[in-house]
Design a protein around this ligand. Structure first.
Ligand code: GRF
Length: 223
């Protein structure tokens, strides 16, 4: 993709879609010259994310029950010309063929500091409950490229979030979510602007320096 093109983004969702909303607010309100959300793919009917997409006039596809997900997903992503696929609260495994076809072009956001508190079963409240049960004092947000293993691909960025006295899973989730809403649109922009990518060895390469301080600033600003 050349830097003068618009990046078509497909966002895959399974839940309320607040991360989708953050992306839509950033890029669809006033059309951003580099990024367009061209399709939202929902894993089932009736989820909050669908209404958010429709409010912005973005086409929504709902995974048909029983459809072969690999063929169906690939068809959908090809049809909307996705240059970047964003898993924003998507709970289904991505079939290996689709992972391979979109290697280096598919990212996921996870509400903890991977590799801690990730993997099968670690989604939604379960993540924050596990963080609290274990007594961790710092959690956060991870954005990573998607590979064949759940929550495992090369890490693009991480943002720390403190665990505070008296937190329960809901309070912690909402503190983490605020950070997610700041960082995910920023990472989509950075990808569109060619600031990072996945190299042939499967490592993330930033074309500008990645400062830890920048991550702390973005995370702290969300409080
Ligand atoms: C977020 O915490 C995201 O990190 C996780 O699922 C949650 C989705 O929330 N993968 P929402 O649907 O974006 O509101």
């Amino acid at each position: 993709m050349s830097l003068s093109d618009t990046l078509d983004v497909a966002v895959l969702v399974s839940g309320s879609g607040t991360n989708l909303q953050a992306i839509l607010e950033r890029f669809q309100g006033e059309p951003h010259p580099r990024v367009r959300v061209s399709r939202v793919i929902a894993s089932r009917r009736g989820i909050g994310a669908i209404g958010r997409a429709e409010a912005y006039g973005v086409e929504v596809s709902v995974l048909p029950p029983g459809a072969p997900p690999s063929d169906w997903l690939e068809r959908e992503l090809t049809a909307c010309g996705a240059g970047l696929v964003v898993l924003a609260g998507w709970l289904k495994m991505i079939p290996a063929a689709v992972v391979a076809a979109y290697r280096g072009r598919m990212i996921n956001i996870h509400p903890a500091l991977l590799p801690a508190f990730g993997g099968p079963g670690m989604y939604g409240r379960h993540v924050h409950e596990a963080v609290l049960d274990r007594g961790a004092r710092v959690t956060g947000v991870t954005v990573h490229f998607v590979d064949e293993i759940y929550d495992h691909g090369a890490i693009v960025g991480q943002w720390p979030v403190p665990v505070l006295e008296g937190d329960d899973a809901d309070r912690l989730a909402s503190r983490v979510l605020k950070v997610e809403h700041r960082v995910l649109p920023e990472i989509v922009r950075a990808y569109a602007d060619g600031e990072f990518g996945l190299d042939d060895e499967g490592r993330v390469r930033w074309n500008r320096p990645w400062f830890a301080g920048e991550a702390f600033r973005l995370a702290a600003g969300a409080e």
